[in-house]
Design a protein around this ligand. Structure first.
Ligand code: SAM
Length: 293
């Protein structure tokens, strides 16, 4: 068995042997670069004792390297045609569990309980790009016992997750991710390092999930509604975008923005997470006092 699958020739050998046909709609672009695999392993600081979830193992290129280092690995792959390939490429390991499921529908907590002793886990993956955000948000919002997510995503998506307030990339995704995590760009990955070559470039980004909430938000539901409304129409002032939520009229919104110490003419994209938290808490206090909810 070759030691690594991360070359064009080793990957194509496996693909040909099984007559595997790539499915574009499943985001099947396989990584063929050793150096990037090493950067992913370093970025995730994979070591003995670690329990790892990989979403979309493909033919097992990254999976094998994870199995070499971590205690236990669970790889969740939707494409049943890849399962016999994975069974062969991972046959030398007794610390791997291959699960043939759709990550969007899977009961992730139950799978972690059954196969990774309940965690804590690291999510390490070259993600299928058509569902990057839903996957990441599932792990963050569903209280899954995850400490780090080191994932390859489309370059523009990584830039949005990592963006600072005020820039064109800063949006609802930046706030959602940074509400839970510290972010770190690990490596840029040009498109020619995949087979077949996709028509976008990629970035490996690390999302370090904070054990405690950094921002004190009294009503998370309302916080995320406010964030969504603030970025809904980027050219609107906060006064206009928040009144279009239909909960309160402009006079009340103006009062809340004043209470939060935020100029009502500012746009959502200029607010820091601290300011969004303050705004949501003032909004929450106002509606409670006024008995709107
Ligand atoms: N890990 C491999 C690599 O780095 O070469 C393959 C990564 S490829 C970008 C994405 C993988 O995710 C494919 O193997 C694809 O079949 C799988 N996939 C796509 N949608 C999925 C889903 N909903 N649930 C689980 N796996 C999925």
């Amino acid at each position: 068995m070759v030691s690594r699958l991360s070359s064009h020739s080793a990957t194509m050998e496996v693909v040909k042997k099984y007559g595997f046909k790539f499915t574009k709609s499943l985001g099947q672009n396989f990584l063929i670069d050793d150096n990037i695999i090493d950067k992913i392993l370093e970025g995730a600081n994979v070591k003995k004792g670690d329990k790892v979830i990989e979403v979309g193992p493909g033919i097992g290129t990254l999976t094998r390297e994870l199995c070499n280092v971590a205690d236990k690995v669970m790889a969740i792959e939707i494409d049943k045609n890849l399962i016999p390939i994975l069974e062969e490429t991972l046959s030398g390991f007794d610390n791997i569990k291959i699960v043939n499921e759709d990550i969007i529908k899977a009961d992730i907590k139950k799978l972690i309980d059954e196969n990774l002793d309940g965690g804590p886990v690291k999510l390490i993956a070259n993600l299928p790009y058509y569902i990057t955000t839903p996957i990441i948000m599932r792990f963050l919002e569903e209280n899954i016992n995850v400490t780090d997510m080191v994932v390859m995503v489309q370059k523009e998506v990584a830039e949005r997750m990592n963006a600072n307030p005020g820039g064109k990339d800063f949006g609802a995704l930046s706030v959602a991710v940074q509400y839970y995590c510290d972010t770190e760009i690990i490596s840029k990955v040009p498109r020619h390092l995949f087979v077949p070559q996709p028509n976008v470039d990629s970035i490996v980004i690390a999302l370090r999930v904070r054990p405690e909430r950094k921002y004190k938000v009294n009503n998370e539901d309302l916080f995320f509604k406010i964030v969504k409304a603030s970025f809904g129409q980027r050219r609107k002032t906060l006064l206009n975008s928040l009144s279009s939520m239909g909960i309160l009229d402009k006079k009340d919104i103006s009062q809340i923005l004043f209470d939060a110490g935020i100029d009502e003419k500012r746009r959502g994209e200029t607010l820091s997470l601290d300011e969004f938290s303050k705004l949501a808490n003032c909004f929450n206090a106002f509606v409670k006092e006024e008995k709107y909810v």
